[in-house]
Ligand binder design. Sequence first.
Ligand SMILES: Cc1cc2nc3c(=O)[nH]c(=O)nc-3n(C[C@H](O)[C@H](O)[C@H](O)COP(=O)(O)O)c2cc1C
Length: 331
Amino acid sequence: MADLRTRYLGLELPSPLVASSSPLTGTLEGLGRLEAAGAGAVVLPSLFEEDLAEEAREVDALLATGATGAEARAGHPEQAGYGAGPAAYLSLVERAKARLSIPVIASLNGISRGGWVRNAARLEQAGADALELNVYYVSSSPAQSGSEVEWRYLDIVGAVRQAAGIPLAVKLSPYFSSVTNMAGQLVEAGVDGLVLFNRFYQPDLDVETLQVVPSLELSTSAELRLPVRWIAILYRRLGVSLAASTGVHTAEDVLKVLLAGADVATMTSALLRNGPDHLSHVEALLRDWLDRHGHESVDRVRGRLSQRSVPDPAAFERANYLKVLASRSPR
Ligand SMILES: Cc1cc2nc3c(=O)[nH]c(=O)nc-3n(C[C@H](O)[C@H](O)[C@H](O)COP(=O)(O)O)c2cc1C
């Protein structure tokens, strides 16, 4: 049977299939189901910068009632993340570590270097095996330059790096002018891995009510080509782990990101749509492909179609552009 063991962020994973941040990873029950279905690691939903306000409210409540920390924590909802507050989050990290044998990666989500960053140290103390940092920042000011936005990322990474010693991955936006340069700067700032890419949610407009409405559409496999291209380009250039995020739904998708050079393939939409057991289905098909092609491990296929391995490296850049456009001309 093919060996699926994978190294990611210096951690040993039994499989390259990782459940990325979502409500599914926010409960102990969901985490247990994901591990049973074959997840190689889990990334918890994010603890948000905005959760600090929640924490301040908790402290006020504690002062008012005189409740102990344990009592206050016991009152927290089963679901962590999405505004449930730091106490519920830390409790989930502790309980997940006690129950699961796969690595538990905590996630921080914020856009400034404020006091919230100290949560990195608390997550490390709670037992998180690694941290994923998601800087979900949308710059709408014409006065703010691209380098200022980059500096914001680097500033937060520096602060989190100082606060905690566990491996750190950054979930990157695909919208940098130079993804490779930004990736290099993040590595210099001390990250151990890059998650390519964060998926921004675009608000929609309701033409009847004339309102801006939040819309959360799950991804499809059609979105996979963005991470495939950049993983293929970055493979073995920076000496850090690479995780694919956005558009991984099927075993074929997993194979594509592995062939491009990803260490792990992370999934959210596919698991929300099909349930945690989807992982075991994907794993069976992945094993089947490896057997049929005579590969005894996932390590043997990783990076085989990366930019440095293919006969035509320019295929990942501008080459073929004209050919592809011309192929759509009416005959
Ligand atoms: C309902 C939902 C909740 C999510 N919550 C988080 C989160 O808390 N933190 C985070 O970094 N990403 C979050 N994401 C983004 C996913 O982790 C993932 O990066 C994104 O959905 C793209 O992957 P996919 O194509 O497999 O869905 C969320 C996505 C969805 C659909």
